[in-house]
Design a protein around this ligand. Structure first.
Ligand code: ADE
Length: 229
């Protein structure tokens, strides 16, 4: 089976390249794709660069060009739920684009005509993630992930995301990847480890915990692969 593992930043994909060093590389559309046989899969690894446009391009490339049959996103996020602390793991049960706004026409924030505010993640992959977490004896939070093209670093914006979308975590790629996978009918799981709390100290926390939280996420994906997608 061909599995795509996508991240946004180099620091988020590096742990995988260290785990699976016998890869070959292909350049497509300004990004590098790392192809490797490991854990019984043909794995396609890439980091897209940050934001919804880059991640949508990479997810599409992994599916349409490289033939990925399932996709797992691994990376870091800002925690919105008070239950989420730095290093905690979260999977999305559904995702939204918080920066889509056609409310001038009476639509709810995040709504896109002929689409919806929220995109559901694959229940089987999420169930696998929950089983793996249970077997490893670690906590795994399941909730709403809100994505948009901003780094959230204020208590005010954080409150707005919680109140408007019921969001538990915020990042900059999950919902666009979810959209691509949903439209191309590819099961996906969006996994994140918390690097900051999306508040006034988020920038400092992000810089401090990006690498360690990225590794926590990557280690968990490795356990999912070993369990069997
Ligand atoms: N990724 C990690 N932390 C984030 C934050 N606070 N805002 C947006 N994306 C993030």
């Amino acid at each position: 089976m061909k599995v795509a593992i996508l991240s946004a930043m180099r620091e988020e994909i590096t742990p995988f390249l260290e785990k699976y060093p016998h890869y070959s590389v292909q350049e497509v559309g300004g990004n590098t794709y790392y192809l490797v046989k490991a854990e019984g899969y043909e794995i396609i690894l890439a980091y897209s660069k940050i934001g919804k446009v880059h991640s949508a391009l990479s997810a599409s490339t992994m599916i349409l060009h490289f033939g990925a049959e399932k996709l797992i996103f691994s990376g870091v996020a800002g925690g919105l739920s008070p239950k989420l602390k730095v290093g905690d793991l979260v999977i999305a049960n559904k995702l939204c684009q918080y920066d889509v706004d056609i409310s001038a026409f009476g639509h709810p924030l995040g709504f896109i005509p002929e689409s919806s505010v929220y995109i559901q993640a694959d229940q089987k992959l999420n169930a696998l993630a929950k089983t793996v977490a249970q077997e490893m004896g670690i906590g795994l939070h399941e909730g709403i992930i809100a994505s948009g093209d901003s780094f959230i670093a204020s208590a005010e914006k954080k409150k707005w995301l919680i109140e408007t979308f019921g969001a538990d975590a915020v990042e900059m790629e999950g919902a666009s990847v979810a959209n691509v996978c949903h439209l191309l009918k590819i099961p996906f799981c969006i996994l994140r480890s918390i690097s900051d709390s999306a508040d006034g100290e988020a920038d400092v926390s992000f810089d401090e915990f990006l690498e360690s939280s990225a590794k926590i996420s990557a280690d968990f994906v490795e356990a999912m692969l070993k369990k069997g997608l």
